[in-house]
Design a protein around this ligand. Structure first.
Ligand code: PLP
Length: 274
């Protein structure tokens, strides 16, 4: 496996990042996960823009997006595979223990792993922990994913693949690695960005391609939703057919199935949608 580290391609086993990297010691980093179909990255421009937004939010120096793009393309060319998952990680860089971020400059890593298409349906659970929509990291894609790791473990214990959070005022927010959509009285809704959710790229495309209202929703809307689905780079549009043990259906409902179809068609036609 060839990866990109700070300006050049290297063998993954030879690439070294300092054990004092601020991303490792305090989670001072941002990242992106990008899907690549036969070496072609999907929505790369949007991912690069979000990387820059997250970096700005964390106070990191602005990433050189031309270099990040070059790194992604070099890694994709060096490791051909049918369906890949690019991981861009950009951190505060090497910094003496116990100190603030040092002067050594940020670390950039672009790596790739093979992946497979996710199933069309899954199960999800709600968790008792909240997303802080007023927190400093709200809406940023930082490497501080500990809360998501804990919540996802709770989901796995219940044979589910996603855990859904409310925010501090009890409104539906998002999953550990996905945005959430619900169908109520036949209409498609998703929480607004003000709920504290990540500005998911699949979410934005689904809102515009499938048409969805951005609505403040209480968490318990999940108890009466006719359909629920998740969106993310690796899931695309994925139906939730069981929520907190309640079986909604055996397969994607009609609104979800339409959203899946539109997403597949549009994303096949436009690899880098604006
Ligand atoms: N919310 C969180 C917390 C995420 O980590 C992700 C993706 O990783 C998403 C939502 C979905 O975003 P996207 O569609 O850009 O993958």
């Amino acid at each position: 496996m060839r990866i990109w580290l700070d300006g050049s391609l290297r063998n993954a086993e030879d690439a070294r990042v300092s054990v004092f990297d601020h991303g490792l010691t305090v989670g001072d980093g941002v990242f992106e996960t990008v899907k690549a179909d036969h070496g072609r990255a999907f929505a790369l421009t949007r991912h690069l823009e979000r990387l820059a937004t997250s970096a700005r939010g964390l106070g990191l120096p602005a990433p050189d997006l031309d270099e990040v793009r070059r790194g992604c393309e070099a890694v994709l060319d060096a490791n051909p595979m049918p369906l890949g998952r690019l991981r861009i990680t950009y951190t505060g860089g090497e910094s003496p223990l116990g100190s603030d971020r040092g002067d050594a400059g940020p670390t950039l890593v672009v790596a790739l792993s093979a992946t497979t298409r996710r199933p069309d349906t899954t199960a999800a659970v709600t968790v008792p922990w909240t997303r802080n929509e007023r927190g400093a990291l709200a809406g940023l894609k930082t490497t501080s994913y500990g809360e998501n790791v804990v919540a996802l473990a709770r989901a796995r214990e219940q044979d589910a693949t996603e855990a859904l959070f409310a925010n501090t005022v009890g409104a539906l927010c998002e999953g550990t690695g996905s945005n959430v959509f619900v169908v109520l009285d036949g209409e498609l809704h998703t929480p607004p960005l003000a709920s504290g959710c990540l500005a998911g790229i699949t979410r934005a495309l689904t809102v515009s391609w499938a048409g969805a209202k951005e609505t403040d929703l209480p968490l318990d809307v999940l108890e009466r939703a006719e359909e629920i689905f998740l969106t993310s780079t690796l899931r695309d549009v994925q139906a939730v057919t069981r929520i907190d043990g309640r079986q909604l259906s055996d397969g994607p409902g009609p609104v979800t199935a339409a959203a899946m179809r539109i997403f597949d068609e549009q994303s096949a036609a436009d690899i880098d949608p604006r």
